[in-house]
Design a protein around this ligand. Structure first.
Ligand code: SAM
Ligand code: ZN
Ligand code: ZN
Ligand code: ZN
Length: 292
């Protein structure tokens, strides 16, 4: 019998290739939740909506698209994949609960949730990982990296409390707010999270992360296919925020304080990368700023 890791909370089951005895201990949540130190509730509707009465919003008349630009094609693929025009990728805003357009508006993608059949399986040397049970075309929304949204102080406390051999799930995402200021979001799906918490790092990934705002100012960390992906391929993203040998676009980056004796920075041990890519940088990305 195939287990559904999401316990029916997603639109489609999340397969788990293992016995119930080996089920990882965490609470499944398809959406971000407010964790310690987080001042805004991710489930609260705080962004304004458009007054379009059309089935799908058009740039000529939609205040959402005029203010934030068109992020998706008419079929819901992310446009401007891996743009290198600037050091920071452009923020994506979808139509939201206050918009009067239909649920079928092409500016509603991440909010529709998981639609692909994914499977959590044992990779061998990378612990659990996620693979796809169906082909995924370039630009398709795959899943979110959802979990507890926490403050910098809480992220720092949790990170310092981690043992070197433990998995690190904390991701921090830095975005350019436009006015010269930087906004930073800290997300930890270790205790409460979705299928995204099982995605491993690759130095040559097939997914990339894009912060997307739907109803709330708190971004959702959405993962999109950076290339066409075949059935049974492992889904991976670059924890440092880069894609296909491109440097990080300002978002996101992660920090992994884990092991390997001979590579120490400021006393922190780095964990050996087993992504298997030709261009593997040998160690998982490590963010030190959180520990300053
Ligand atoms: C977000 S979790 C990914 C899921 C994890 N593999 C599990 O079993 O739950 C991140 C952790 O997975 C492991 N990991 C991820 N990518 C890896 C890689 N390329 N090589 C080795 N370990 C990796 C590391 O222990 C890292 O701290
Ligand atoms: Zn719309
Ligand atoms: Zn709208
Ligand atoms: Zn690697």
């Amino acid at each position: 019998m195939t287990l559904d890791l999401s316990n029916g909370l997603e639109n489609v089951p999340v397969s788990f290739e293992g016995s119930s005895a080996t089920l990882p201990k965490f609470e499944y949540s398809p959406d971000n939740i407010q964790g310690p130190g987080c001042t805004s509730d991710p489930s609260e509707v705080t962004l304004p909506g458009c007054s379009c009465l059309s089935r799908s919003c058009l740039t000529a008349s939609c205040s959402c698209l005029q203010t934030h630009g068109q992020a998706y094609s008419s079929t819901g693929s992310l446009l401007n994949l891996n743009s290198t025009d600037s050091d920071y990728c452009s923020p994506v805003f979808e139509c939201n609960a206050l918009c009067s357009c239909s649920d079928l508006c092409s500016n509603r993608v991440v909010q529709r949730g998981l639609t692909l059949r994914l499977e959590v399986y044992c990779t061998g040397n990378r612990g659990w990982g996620v693979r796809t049970l169906e082909p995924i075309p370039t630009g398709t929304f795959v899943c979110e990296y959802a979990g507890e949204v926490i403050s910098f102080e809480e992220a720092r406390r949790r990170q310092l409390a981690q043992k070197s051999e433990e998995n690190n799930y904390i991701i921090s995402v830095r975005e350019h707010a436009g006015t010269g200021s930087i906004t930073e979001t800290f997300l930890d799906p270790a205790m409460v999270g979705n299928v995204g918490r099982f995605l491993n790092h690759s130095c040559q990934p097939n997914l990339f992360m894009q912060p997307v705002r739907v109803h709330s100012v708190v971004p959702r960390l959405a993962l999109f296919a950076g290339r066409d992906i075949d059935v049974m391929e492992e889904l991976m993203f670059d924890y440092s925020g880069g894609y296909a040998n491109q440097p990080p676009l300002g978002v996101p980056f992660s920090h992994d304080t884990n092991t390997v004796q001979f590579n120490k920075i400021n006393g922190l041990q780095r964990k050996k990368c087993h992504c298997g890519a030709k261009n593997c940088l040998q160690f998982l990305p490590l963010d030190l700023s959180i520990l300053n």
